[in-house]
Design a protein around this ligand. Sequence first.
Ligand SMILES: Cc1ncc(COP(=O)(O)O)c(C=O)c1O
Length: 478
Amino acid sequence: MSSAHITFDTTGDKIARRVRKMRPSAVRNLFAAATRDDVISLSGGMPAVSLLPEEDIRRATLAAIESPEARAVSLQYGPTDGLAGLRAVLADMMRDLGIRVKADQVLVTTGAQQALTLIAEAFIDPDDIIITEGPTYLGALQAFSAFEPDVRAIPFDEDGMRMDLLEEELKRIGKDNPRLKFCYTIPNFQNPGGVTMTAERRRRLLELAHEYNFMVVEDDPYGRLRYDGGHQVPLKAMDDSVIYLGTISKMLGPGLRTGWIAAPEAVLARINLVKQGADLCGSAFDQLVVQHYFADVAWQRTLQKFIALYKERRDAMLAALDEFFPPEATWTHPAGGMFLWITLPDYMDTDSMLAEALESGVTYVPGNSFFPDGKTGRNSMRVNFSFETPESITEAIRRLAKVIEERLELYRVFIEAGALPGYDRKDAAMDENATSWKDVIVDSEQNEEAVMQAREGDAEQIEIAEEKVTEAQEAAAE
Ligand SMILES: Cc1ncc(COP(=O)(O)O)c(C=O)c1O
């Protein structure tokens, strides 16, 4: 009798529809390239963990294992919502941000990333409407996309999410629309934008939340990494109904996968149910180490060291951008956090340019990764300044500027040749008020088509451009 041999077709029609639609994270994909010796990585969001004092880590780790009582906790299953001692420490830490919650209004998660997945699972049905900043944290987009929401991305400026555009979107969605679930925002030093929402916009967001009946999810991994100016009051401190997400990843280290949700008990009860199915409970060992680390005030001194280090690196990046980047580029000026957002003329494609950047020994994350449609933002990119030294950052920006300049040169030739109707280089050069080429771009369907053709490497256009480049080079050499 032959035994039946069942083979699961893991690449075909057995895969869930929602998983088929999932996109891999550009940052995760770049992880391998970013660790190559000859490449300077501006792509990750890695904290400088080498700065952590060995003694403090050793003390916290030993405290989690040295006594039989400690081992009975750290090596055992724990409560789904986290160790009571850690929840108390986290509630205490939030108090100095102005957030007043009790320990039982805190639920510990496996990093803030799990908090995003749990919230998505607890609240999103297919086609429900979720509002985010556009661009937004791509890990959030990944976590949400598994539950097939309709994500509406609202642009930001240097003052955070544009409330006028949010209101327009809400009018389209309509009041008390049962499909509208929550607005996900990163108000402090946004990832990827680096921008911070002003107090006025925070108040407006909360007003709109009540008016249109949606929840606010405030994700705050970077709030304490402020290099200039005063702290902004968290949304959670302004309104107790806000769902606040915290993480120790940027204050201690992401290797100890520990984050948390502070929310009304009724919300946490639902999330607790979902977490039971996800992992029963988080790592008690990690939690106990984290609890001991933050129970000692020494962490505040280390945080100050992180702040001083990152501020120097941010300043190095801003100075290098000023020195090397072409006038067609603009970028945000973060007062904290780890990232800034660069915008190039809208005919540029940072996704396809990444290969050239890698070849030149620098990585960044293409802007389209941070938009729900995966297409918007192709002319932008996120760069990180927390991980590399000021010298490496300066060199990386110099290399990147060269890659951009080479592409721009090609497009300038397109424009000179009239191959990109609507873009007139002479106008740009002559108009003293124009701060970038974007100011002189005339929107037209024809123009969009030409940009698409150029991006896709239309053979004829490339040929014309190459001829023009050769001519220009010859002329320059003469
Ligand atoms: C905005 C934002 N939310 C959440 C996370 C995930 O953090 P964690 O390491 O706690 O999972 C990150 C990580 O970079 C982030 O930037």
